[in-house]
Design a binder for this molecule. Structure first.
Ligand code: 5AD
Ligand code: SF4
Length: 483
C-alpha cells in the first residue's frame, strides 16, 4: 500500500521510472525538495487549498489531490489565499462553470499580492475544449490545467508547473489506465468513498458526463476489496461505492461479475459496518441486487434511483431506456422487498419539448413513488450533447413555474415520509459536532437522514442507537436513549 513507500529512499537524481505508480512517487519526492527550498527561503511551509465542485466522484478525486499535497509537505488550508490553489471542477450544469469563472477572478487578486502563487484547474470542466480555449485566452494567470483521465499524474504535473513559468496543459481524451495505491487524505477517518468504476456509456441525451469522464471501466474486485480492507484496518466503518452507473459494474472485466456479486464480497469484510453505493441506473437494476440488499445486514436502507422525467415520451428522447410504468413497477418492487428503504431521486424539469402533460406525468410518479428526498434540476443546455440541438427549448418562465410546483410537491412528500420514523430508535453513525447548535452532534441514519442530538465530540465515528424525537422536515432532533 502507498503508506509503505518512503519518499526519502527515492533517488531523485536518477531518470523518472516508467511504471506509473513508482513514477508518481518519484515526482512527489522531487516536489518535496522544492517544498524544502520554499521553507528555507520563507521560514514556513507552503500552503495549499483544494476546492471541490460537483459530485461524490469529485469529492473522492479531491482526497487524492490532498493526499499527494500532504505527502509533498504542503500545509492544507481552507483559505484560497494560499501558495497553491486547485479547483476540481464540475460541468454537469452551466451554473457550475459560471461559478468557477467567478471565483477565478478572486484568485487573480490573491496572486497579484503573492506572485509565487500557483493556480491549478482540473476535473470535468477541463475536458471541454471550449473551456480550455477560454482559459488560455482570458485567464493567463492560471498555471496548470488537467482533466479527469490523468489525475493520477498530479504529482508529475505539479512538479512541471513548479519549475516552469508557463501555463501547463495536459488533457487526455480518454484512458483505460487505472493506477492503484496512490496517496489519499480522507475527509472523515470513519467513512470513505471507494471508486468501483469510472466513466459512463449511457449517453443520456442531456448529459455531458460520458464526454468528460470517458467510457465505462470497472476496477478489479480484488483491488476494491483490498482497498476496503485497508480502509477498515485504518478505522473506516462505512464505505460508499462510487460509479456513474454502479449497476453495470463488472461487465467489461476480463472475468465479468455483477454489482450484486461485488456487494456480497464487500459484505464479507470483517469490521466493515455499513455499505452505501451511488448511482444506480433504473434500467440496469437487477432482481439479484434487490435480493442481496434485502438480505444484507450491512447495505444501508437507501437507494438513489434517478427518475429524470416521469413521461415515457420524454424518457425516450432522453435516451433513458425505461418507461414510466417500468420505473414505477421497479420502485414498488423495491419497496415491497425492503419496506424501510429510503428512495431518493434526481429529476430534470424543462427538458426540450417537455409539455405540461409530460410534466404532470413527472408529478404523478413523484406522488406514486413518494420519494424520501429528491434533487430537482432545471434543464441546462450542455453544448455537444444531443439535447442541446433539439428544436424546442422551453421558455425560462415556464420552466421556473414547473420547477417551483415540483419542489413544493417533493418537499411535502419527503416531510411526510420522514415522519414515519419519528419516535423510533435507529442506529446512527456520529459524524461531527453540529455547527449551529453548541453541545449537539450530527449523525446519519442508514437511510441517509440526518439527526442532531445532544452529545460531545468524543462520540464522533461511533455507531449509536438514537431515538428520533422530532422530525423537522429534512432532519430529526434526537436523543441518546441510554443516557
Ligand atoms: N441539466 C440539468 N440537470 C442535469 N443532470 C445531468 N445533466 C443535466 C443537465 N444537462 C442531472 C441529472 C443527473 C444529476 C447528477 O444531474 O438529474 O442525475
Ligand atoms: Fe449522465 Fe446518464 Fe451517465 Fe448518469 S447515466 S452520468 S445521467 S449519461
Amino acid at each position: 500500500m502507498y503508506n509503505e513507500i518512503n519518499l526519502d529512499k527515492i533517488d531523485i537524481n536518477s531518470k523518472p521510472p516508467t511504471e506509473e505508480q513508482a513514477r508518481q512517487y518519484y515526482f512527489m519526492a522531487k516536489c518535496r525538495e522544492l517544498v524544502k527550498e520554499f521553507e528555507q527561503k520563507n521560514g514556513r511551509l507552503p500552503s495549499a487549498c483544494v476546492a471541490t465542485f460537483g459530485c461524490q466522484m469529485n469529492a473522492r478525486d479531491s482526497e487524492k489531490l490532498r493526499g499527494v499535497l500532504r505527502e509533498i509537505g504542503y500545509v492544507e488550508t481552507e483559505s484560497e489565499d494560499a501558495d497553491f490553489v486547485i479547483y476540481n471542477t464540475c460541468t454537469v450544469r452551466e451554473n457550475a462553470n459560471l461559478k468557477v469563472y467567478g471565483r477565478l477572478g478572486v484568485l487573480h487578486g490573491y496572486k497579484k499580492k503573492n506572485p509565487g502563487m500557483k493556480i491549478a484547474l482540473c476535473g470535468c470542466m477541463m475536458q471541454e475544449p471550449s473551456v480550455v480555449e477560454k482559459l488560455k485566452k482570458s485567464y493567463q494567470f492560471v498555471d496548470l490545467i488537467f482533466g479527469t483521465h490523468n489525475i493520477f499524474k498530479f504529482a508529475e504535473l505539479l512538479w512541471t508547473t513548479l519549475v516552469s513559468d508557463r501555463m501547463v496543459i495536459d488533457i487526455w481524451k480518454d484512458t483505460n489506465q487505472i493506477v492503484e495505491d496512490l496517496p489519499l487524505e480522507r475527509k472523515y477517518p470513519f467513512k470513505s468513498g471507494v471508486n468501483i468504476m469510472f466513466g459512463c456509456n449511457n449517453f443520456c441525451s442531456y448529459c455531458i458526463v460520458p464526454y468528460v469522464r470517458g467510457r465505462e471501466r470497472s476496477r478489479e474486485a480484488k483491488d476494491i476489496i483490498r482497498e476496503i480492507e485497508g480502509l477498515v484496518a485504518d478505522g473506516v466503518m462505512e464505505v460508499m461505492l462510487l460509479g456513474q452507473n454502479v449497476n453495470s459494474y463488472g461487465k467489461n472485466l476480463e472475468e465479468p461479475m455483477t454489482f450484486a456479486q461485488l456487494l456480497q464480497e464487500v459484505e464479507q469484510i470483517e469490521g466493515l459496518e455499513r455499505i452505501r453505493f451511488m448511482t444506480s441506473h433504473p434500467k440496469d437494476l437487477s432482481d439479484e441486487l434487490i435480493e442481496v440488499m434485502a438480505k444484507s445486514k450491512k447495505i444501508c436502507r437507501h437507494l438513489h434511483l434517478p427518475l429524470q422525467s416521469g413521461s415515457s415520451a420524454v424518457l425516450k428522447v432522453m435516451n433513458r431506456r425505461y418507461t414510466k410504468e417500468q420505473y414505477v413497477e421497479l420502485a414498488e418492487k423495491i419497496r415491497t422487498a425492503i419496506p424501510d428503504i429510503a428512495l431518493t431521486t434526481d429529476i430534470i424539469v424543462g427538458f426540450p419539448g417537455e409539455t405540461e402533460e409530460d410534466f404532470q406525468e413527472t408529478l404523478d410518479v413523484v406522488r406514486k413513488v413518494r420519494y424520501d428526498s429528491a434533487f430537482t434540476f432545471i434543464y441546462s443546455k450542455r453544448t455537444g450533447t444531443p439535447a442541446a440541438s433539439m428544436a424546442e427549448q422551453i421558455p425560462e418562465d415556464v420552466v421556473k413555474d414547473r420547477f417551483d410546483r415540483l419542489l413544493k410537491e417533493v418537499q411535502e412528500i419527503s416531510k411526510e415520509m420522514a415522519e414515519r420514523f419519528t419516535g423510533t430508535e435507529q442506529m446512527v453513525l456520529v459524524e461531527e459536532p453540529n455547527r449551529q447548535m453548541e453541545g449537539y452532534m450530527t449523525g446519519r441514519l442508514g437511510n441517509n437522514h440526518v439527526v442532531h442530538f445532544p452529545g460531545d465530540v468524543s462520540l464522533t465515528g461511533r455507531i449509536l442507537k438514537i431515538r428520533l424525537d422530532e422530525c423537522r422536515g429534512f432532519y430529526y432532533m434526537g436523543t441518546l436513549p441510554e443516557i
